[in-house]
Design a binder for this molecule. Structure first.
Ligand code: STX
Length: 313
């Protein structure tokens, strides 16, 4: 990763009558623009995310998506869909007087990267994606219903604990009821349990720091409520839409590098493999000793190398 830097511009962008987005710009004012799309949805950006990009070559744009991080209102689900976020990226591009830009996203950030590129292909100079997630029913089933549970049985017990046994046949729906309960205590207990499940399984070796993040009320509330909202609504798209040939044909020409952990249980390699089959032109790196997180050493290294490669395009 590149050394820590501070933004030279920080601002807020009103994108609807409800939502205001936090954004920041760092690196080279005259550099090649790149927009970083964070995960979750609802995960928010971290200052460390600037470190993927050479600050001499890139004009680095980070922003918190609707309801996430420093964007307001926090955890707000109103007017919060995949397609609202796609248009927010365009609003931010125009606000910053950017003609077109590199797009970089992991996990949900890869979902949004694909949705944005397939909607506005002319605005995307390159794609660097990590832990491919396309929100198919099968992907959600594996992580939230029956799959990852077999690899992390201890964490799974904590994840199902807030849900009555008779509701456990549909965990995403059951969590939707608790994450939107009138009672604040019910909501925060469910939010922390939901967030802890993901943060406990996102690394090959469990990270205490990542798990501790799930204990932070504001993070857990936004991450859990927004993720669950998108999943209950199936990402506001057709099942498998982002992998359809007609959709990939719109972006087939865009230089693209994907980095995928072999032991990613949150967004298993099967989706990156499916993407490669429908889009053989991409470069796909499978990291043999990594899980889901962009902070896994092998993943972090290849992401920086990928961004370095795209910088001169
Ligand atoms: C199913 N959501 C996975 C995702 O987008 C994700 N995983 N970790 C994150 C954060 C690092 C933003 C918490 O996001």
């Amino acid at each position: 990763m590149y050394p820590a830097i501070e933004p030279y511009e920080v601002g807020r962008l009103e994108v609807s009558t409800v939502h205001s987005l936090y954004y920041e710009v760092s690196g080279n004012k005259d550099g090649s623009p790149v927009v970083f799309l964070h995960g979750g949805p609802g995960g928010g950006v971290d200052a460390k995310d600037r470190g993927f990009f050479d600050p001499k070559k890139y004009k680095i744009v980070l922003f918190d998506q609707r309801g996430a991080g420093k964007s307001t209102p926090s955890a707000c689900l109103e007017d919060n869909t995949t397609w609202d976020l796609v248009e927010d990226i365009e609003k931010l591009r125009k606000k910053l007087n950017v003609e077109n830009w590199h797009v970089f996203g992991g996990s949900w950030g890869s979902t949004l990267s694909l949705a944005y590129a397939q909607t506005h292909p002319g605005r995307v100079k390159s794609l660097v994606m990590r832990g491919i997630f396309t929100l198919r029913k099968s992907e959600l089933h594996f992580f939230y219903q029956d799959g990852a549970s077999h690899l992390f049985p201890e964490a799974w017990e904590e994840y199902i604990a807030p849900i009555p046994e008779q509701e456990r046949h549909d965990m995403v729906l059951a969590y939707h009821a608790q994450l939107n309960a009138v009672d604040d205590t019910t909501r925060i207990i469910a939010a922390k349990a939901w967030a802890k499940w993901e943060m406990s399984t996102s690394r090959l070796h469990v990270s205490a720091e990542a798990v501790a993040q799930a204990e932070k009320d504001d993070f857990a509330n936004a991450f859990a409520r927004i993720e669950n909202h998108y999943f209950v609504n199936e990402g506001f798209m057709r099942d498998g839409q982002l992998l359809e040939k007609q959709e990939i044909d719109k972006i087939r020409h865009i230089p693209t590098i994907v980095v995928q952990g072999r032991y990613d249980v949150v967004c298993p390699a099967t989706t990156a493999h499916a993407l490669k089959k429908v889009w053989p032109e991409i470069t796909l790196h499978i990291v043999p000793d990594a899980g889901h997180s962009s902070r896994e050493p092998g993943i972090e290294k290849l992401l920086v190398e990928a961004a370095d490669k795209m910088a001169d395009l």
